[in-house]
Design a protein around this ligand. Structure first.
Ligand code: ADP
Length: 285
């Protein structure tokens, strides 16, 4: 590395060019490595349920052909494995679609409050049997954001799904959408210039160890792989969230305390026109 810079750089200006070129090369190499790792991980994740499926098909065609009881049981397992593959393929497709559009931020005004409420209602069948409560609080002044409705629905869904999945039975999951009074340190210019809002999803589960926090949004990174799989996780939910947040020029933060739970917060640009209309209506009343 050093050697090439010296040989390439008779003047300070060409030194700088050489360093830039080498940095680009290193970035390129790192990206190639990440892509190769991703393909390997995705293939591995698909191969496991596929092998199980093929194994059971073989058994059903052979030794278990006439065993009605075994057939029902095996078909149930095959359905679960097929569903797992379908979830994985859907998540992989979502991820590549969002990544493809990442350089063009969306510009629609979206009623995020309504999206969150619909997502929370859809989780009722999962929360009710576990005596969990999903408590949704929407600040009217923060209801509208600049974004893309389907992506925001997926973002909210992934965070609420996780809070329910990793939350404890009998506890509450608190979902709030409010005007952001402070911004995270690394907030970009889009957020700083906008009336920012924050969607916070808090659970009262086991929490996440500090050492895992920086890696949570990596594809296929799981704190406890077996637990994630048992709960139907693909390991891609937070990677999808991160890419949606990036495309929206927002910011994702996480705070967690072991034994107490976690709060995932997404800062987004509030929709100016809608926010102004609502707040003037409020100040009149
Ligand atoms: P998964 O499909 O495995 O849930 P995610 O990308 O959504 O994948 O999350 C990555 C990992 O982060 C999970 O496997 C889990 O270990 C951890 N995680 C995510 N959300 C929570 C949460 N609310 N509480 C505890 N752990 C969480």
């Amino acid at each position: 590395f050093q050697f090439r810079i010296e040989r390439l750089g008779p003047s300070p200006a060409s030194d700088a060019v050489a360093v830039l070129a080498l940095n680009d090369l290193t970035t390129l190499k790192r990206m190639e490595q990440m892509r190769a790792d991703f393909v390997a991980n995705a293939s591995h994740e698909l191969r496991t349920p596929l092998a199980t499926l093929l194994g059971f098909i073989e058994t059903l065609r052979g030794p278990a052909r006439d065993d009605e009881q075994a057939r029902d049981k095996f078909l149930g397992i095959m359905f679960d494995q097929g569903s797992r593959m379908a979830r994985l393929v859907n998540d992989l497709l979502s991820l590549s679609r969002i990544e493809l559009n990442e350089h063009t931020p969306p510009a629609e005004s979206v009623d995020l409050g309504r999206i969150i409420q619909a997502g929370a209602d859809a989780l009722m069948p999962l929360t009710a049997p576990r005596q969990m409560r999903l408590v949704v609080t929407i600040d009217e002044a923060a209801r509208h954001v600049i974004g893309q409705a389907d992506e925001l629905a997926q973002l909210a869904q992934n965070l609420m799904d996780n809070a329910v999945k990793y939350g404890r039975d009998g506890t509450a999951v608190e979902v709030t959408l409010r005007v952001a009074t402070t911004l995270p340190a690394a907030a970009g210019p889009a957020l700083r210039d906008a009336p920012a809002v924050v969607l916070a999803v808090r659970d009262h589960g086991d929490g996440i160890g500090k050492e895992h926090l920086p890696r949570l949004t990596e594809r296929f990174y799981r704190v406890d792989t077996a637990r994630s799989r048992t709960l139907g996780g693909t390991g891609l939910g937070l990677a999808i969230v991160k890419h949606i947040v990036n495309r929206h020029r927002g910011k994702l933060t996480v705070e967690s305390t072991l034994g107490q739970g976690s709060v995932f917060s997404v800062y987004l640009c509030g929709a100016k026109a809608q926010t102004e209309a609502v707040s003037s209506a409020l100040s009149l009343s």
